[in-house]
Design a protein around this ligand. Structure first.
Ligand code: FAD
Ligand code: ZN
Length: 479
């Protein structure tokens, strides 16, 4: 079963004209300057091309656009904020369907603890709407000011609060989706329990636009945090970090909201390149952990709880030094250190990114083996490891050796991707923890994904999108 490659040329013109009329001037972009931001992606690895960017105003318009595309076999690439890190939103012909104008809140129901939003809402706006209602939408990542909720759901985004609230797919109760034939599936249910057969929404969560266009979602809301505590902790090793994680989980229970690991080089790069960041401790340490606790109970003594846990950990040598934020400003500075790492890596030259996961207990083994493998493959390579270690998710980024040529280093991307993925999968892990497959990881999909799983994926793709117009060439690869 294969996804056909589509030549859109001849029959496309009248369909495109019909789409242009349908969406009107506000919904149509074909000026090369305005198309540009839609053809490139965050890391500059892929450059695409398309006939136009279409920005429908509502679900009915999305459906009409898709029907025209299906009839004329015009490929369609859904795009939200275009912050994805695997080239999933980069078009290779056809049209880009931007969700930017689908940005309304359809309902907010405090009794059900749900918010129903359209796919083009910026993640930070969804968070703000929940907060205004005295509630919390917990999905949080560094791109939250520009990524859109449909993109978050289509990539099953992770981020920094997964240890407590789960991935994006765990935050969804219902979806509205435009299928590749233009039909609208109204699955906008707000049910916490619904055992009526296959959970179809899960197909679209993490499908990266290959099965349909998510146009709206019912999202879960949670109690708003009324007490928080944040600490930056120096630990002697990744094994100590994992031991500390278990202690914090045992002592603090579900108030643990983020548990992030940072290697020394990551911290050093931040101190070197980011304004206002200073080395957090007098002496350098090999590893650091950022711990964030939140509680809906005002006055919950989280700082005191952290003091006790960290004091005990200091005594048993799993913590070398620790500082607990005394105010919001100090907590924000700790987060700036963690979230600034990708930016701080840029002035250090070329960087090969790896987003992998292993069972939490195997993180120390992964870091030792992967570091050994890449250093043996290229002496002088600089490992910048950090990530959501509470979920076993490491961003195992590699900065070029100091004197190396940037482009020559980046040309080695596939070799290092494979070295690191070999180690992760060998430990029972995943070659893509939270960023997805898109265009970047198609070869890994062939190499590491279970063949039976791949067959099922191809069957689903073929059933829902038999002519292959929906984000062709992404995620699901031919046999
Ligand atoms: P886009 O980039 O526009 O699209 C991503 C994919 O989803 C594409 O394949 C696209 O076709 C598809 N898509 C988009 N909208 C829809 C829709 N409505 N229906 C169907 N398919 C659709 N990711 C994490 O998981 N965790 C992180 O911590 C994290 N941190 C990041 C930090 C930075 C600074 C940056 C730049 C990115 C980060 N990312 C992270 C990656 C990215 O932000 C997420 O993947 C995000 O969820 C993508 O949302 P978007 O709206 O930008 O989607
Ligand atoms: Zn991440």
């Amino acid at each position: 079963m294969s996804t056909p490659v589509i030549a859109a040329a001849a029959p496309a013109a009248p369909a495109l004209e019909a789409i242009r009329e349908l969406v009107g001037p506000k919904g149509w972009i074909d000026d090369p300057v305005d198309l540009e931001p839609h053809l490139v992606e965050e890391r500059g690895r892929f450059r695409g091309r398309c006939l136009a960017v279409v920005r429908p105003a509502d679900t009915a318009e999305v459906a009409a656009v898709v029907r025209h595309c299906a009839a004329a076999l015009i490929p369609l690439v859904p795009q939200g904020g275009n912050t994805g890190l695997v080239g999933g939103g980069v078009p290779d012909g056809g049209i880009v369907l931007s969700t930017a104008r689908l940005n309304r809140i359809r309902a907010l129901d405090p009794a059900d603890r749900t918010i129903t939003v359209e796919a083009g809402m910026i993640l930070a706006d969804v968070q703000a709407a929940a907060e205004q209602a005295g509630l919390l939408f917990p999905l949080s990542l560094a791109a939250e000011g520009s990524c859109r909720i449909g993109g978050n759901l289509a990539t099953n985004a992770g981020g920094v609060t997964v240890v407590r609230y789960g991935n994006a797919r765990d935050l969804v109760l219902g979806l509205e989706v435009v299928l590749p034939d233009g039909r609208i599936w109204n699955g906008l249910r707000a049910l916490r329990k619904d055992n009526t057969g296959y959970d179809l929404k899960q197909l679209f969560l993490g499908s990266e636009g290959t099965l349909g266009i998510i146009t709206a979602a019912v999202l879960k809301l949670f109690p708003r945090p009324r007490a928080t505590a944040t600490a930056l902790v120096a630990v002697p090793s990744p094994a100590a970090a994992i031991a500390l994680l278990a202690r914090v989980q045992d002592r603090c229970g579900d108030v643990l909201t983020a548990f992030e690991l940072m290697g020394r080089l990551a911290v050093l790069f931040c101190c070197r390149h980011l304004a206002g960041i200073v080395d957090p401790f007098e002496a350098p340490h090999p590893w650091y952990v950022l711990i964030h606790l939140t509680s809906p109970r005002a006055g919950d003594p989280l700082t005191e709880t952290l003091e006790v846990v960290l004091g005990e950990a200091l005594e048993s040598d799993i913590v070398t030094d620790a500082v607990i934020a005394q105010n919001q400003g100090q907590a924000a500075a700790m987060w700036r250190l963690r979230e600034g790492i990708p930016e701080a890596q840029k002035p250090e030259g070329g960087s090969i990114k790896n987003d992998v996961s292993v069972p939490v207990s195997r993180v120390p083994e992964f870091l030792a083996l992967a570091t050994g493998a890449v250093e043996a493959a290229m002496p002088g390579i600089r490992v910048v490891a950090f990530g959501h270690v509470g979920d076993g998710n490491i961003h195992f980024n590699l900065s070029q050796p100091e004197a190396a040529d940037r482009d020559a280093f980046l040309a080695e991307w596939d070799r290092f991707d494979r070295l690191v993925a070999d180690v992760a999968t060998g430990l029972g892990g995943s070659f893509s923890a939270e960023h997805g497959i898109g265009r970047l990881k198609r070869a890994d999909m062939r190499r590491y994904k279970d063949p039976v799983a791949l067959d099922m994926m191809r069957a689903i793709k073929h059933t829902l999108d038999p002519v292959g117009i929906m984000n062709p060439g992404k995620v699901v690869v031919d046999a």
